[in-house]
Design a protein around this ligand. Structure first.
Ligand SMILES: Nc1nc2c(ncn2[C@@H]2O[C@H](COP(=O)(O)OP(=O)(O)OP(=O)(O)O)[C@@H](O)[C@H]2O)c(=O)[nH]1
Ligand SMILES: [Mg+2]
Length: 369
């Protein structure tokens, strides 16, 4: 589908399309549908729709050659193709709406896409209208509440696009790499009975309940003099620290040892978000382990429960579909500035900031394509 927008849209389409009944495109009413032929591609039947006064759509069913020929014909009429991001920049939409539409192009799952679509078409337009009315009535305490509620979702909103970092940590041979592969559903990392198999970080992005998750497998944690392995362990510890959640994997088939306690303490020093996982529950228990999520990376037992528990830690609450979200850093920053102005009852700053949020804006710099 090729969309033609602008005051000359009908005149341009007239030069590339002929209606079967020879009715000029200019006479087409809004939401009308015409059937006809492309003039530049003999025999090519297309449907033309008019969703808006200055917007026409040409629906082709040919292959890429037909679309290419159509684009060239349109360009020759003074309607060059525009990359979607450039097209979006020109839309007279308020910042939150445009942000949602922009991020929609980066959504990695259907769930995120649906959420962002709702942000653009329902959640933000409704909120801006409601908050605008509150502001006009001068109810600043109410506006403050509305802003605080939106800003409460910053962490959730950030991870619609940026994956949550989930790291597999553990002593050598507990089955971290096997667990990574099992959680991904394909073999990403090398698995071997020898301890100290994984040295480097092995990362792969997946989705849990429609949210992007980056899983990292790390080198087994132990005291060693081997320089390469030490480097791997150093890298692992850094990865633990940066994670949103650490899955601390223990081997349930071996008896609990002082080394396990030492490992858990080390993880705890790097990150407070730790979920203990007892792997190899298909084997008889070694005994002495604290209660934790039990899985078998080999048979797949308990993996779903592990995912649910991990996700519950990452996302303690889900927003309602109509809840507006601070979708990216610039939007979050603007909302915080506005909140500060509202809290301080600084009407000059509010008058300056509110239009930046609620009124259609042209950005100063172009985003990358
Ligand atoms: N029975 C059983 N064996 C498992 C399970 N998970 C892993 N293993 C075995 O344990 C051994 C070590 O598995 P890996 O996944 O390489 O362990 P790792 O923790 O990544 O080890 P390093 O990379 O050395 O730190 C392999 O022989 C696996 O087949 C499990 O759930 N049950
Ligand atoms: Mg490994």
């Amino acid at each position: 589908m090729v969309r033609i927008e602008g005051p000359r849209a009908a005149a341009v389409v007239e030069q590339v399309f002929r209606h079967v009944g020879r009715v000029p495109v200019a006479r087409m009413r809004q939401d009308g549908v015409y059937f006809g032929h492309l003039l530049q591609v003999p025999g090519e039947e297309v449907v033309v729709c008019r969703p808006g006064p200055q917007t026409l759509e040409i629906h082709c069913h040919g292959g890429p050659q037909v679309v290419q020929a159509l684009l060239e014909a349109l360009a020759a009429q003074g309607a060059p193709p525009a990359p979607w991001s450039v097209w979006l920049e020109q839309k007279p939409e308020p910042l939150p709406v445009r942000t949602a539409l922009y991020l929609l192009g980066q959504a990695a799952t259907e769930k995120v896409a649906r959420l962002l679509w709702h942000q653009a078409h329902l959640a933000w337009p409704r909120w801006l209208e409601q908050a605008g009315a509150v502001l006009r009535r001068g109810e600043l305490a109410e506006l403050e509440c509305l802003l605080r509620e939106v800003l409460g979702w910053e962490d959730f909103a950030r991870h619609l696009i940026e994956p949550y970092q989930v790291v597999l940590a553990g002593r050598p041979n507990v089955g971290k790499s096997t667990l990574l592969n099992a959680l991904l559903g394909f073999q990403r990392a090398v698995v071997h009975p020898a301890a100290g198999t994984t040295r480097d970080l092995v990362q792969q992005t997946t989705a849990w309940d429609g949210l992007p998750i980056r899983l990292s497998d790390t080198a087994g944690y132990r005291a060693t003099d081997e320089p390469l392995e030490r480097e791997g362990i150093r890298l692992a510890a850094r990865c633990w620290a940066e994670a949103n959640l650490v899955l601390a994997v223990l081997d349930r088939s071996r008896p609990w040892e002082e080394e396990d306690a030492r490992f858990l303490r080390a993880v705890g020093q790097h990150n407070s978000q730790v979920l203990v996982v007892l792997n190899k529950c298909d084997l008889p228990p070694g005994g002495g382990h604290p209660p934790a999520v039990e899985v078998s990376a080999l048979t797949g037992h308990g993996l779903q429960r592990l995912q649910q528990e991990a996700l519950a830690r990452l996302v303690p609450r889900w927003p309602k579909l109509q809840q507006p979200l601070p979708l990216d850093a610039p939007l979050g920053q603007l909302l915080r500035q506005l909140l500060r102005a509202v809290t301080q009852r600084d009407t000059t700053a509010i008058a300056r900031l509110w239009p930046q949020l609620a009124e259609p804006q042209q950005p100063e710099e172009k985003r990358p394509e």
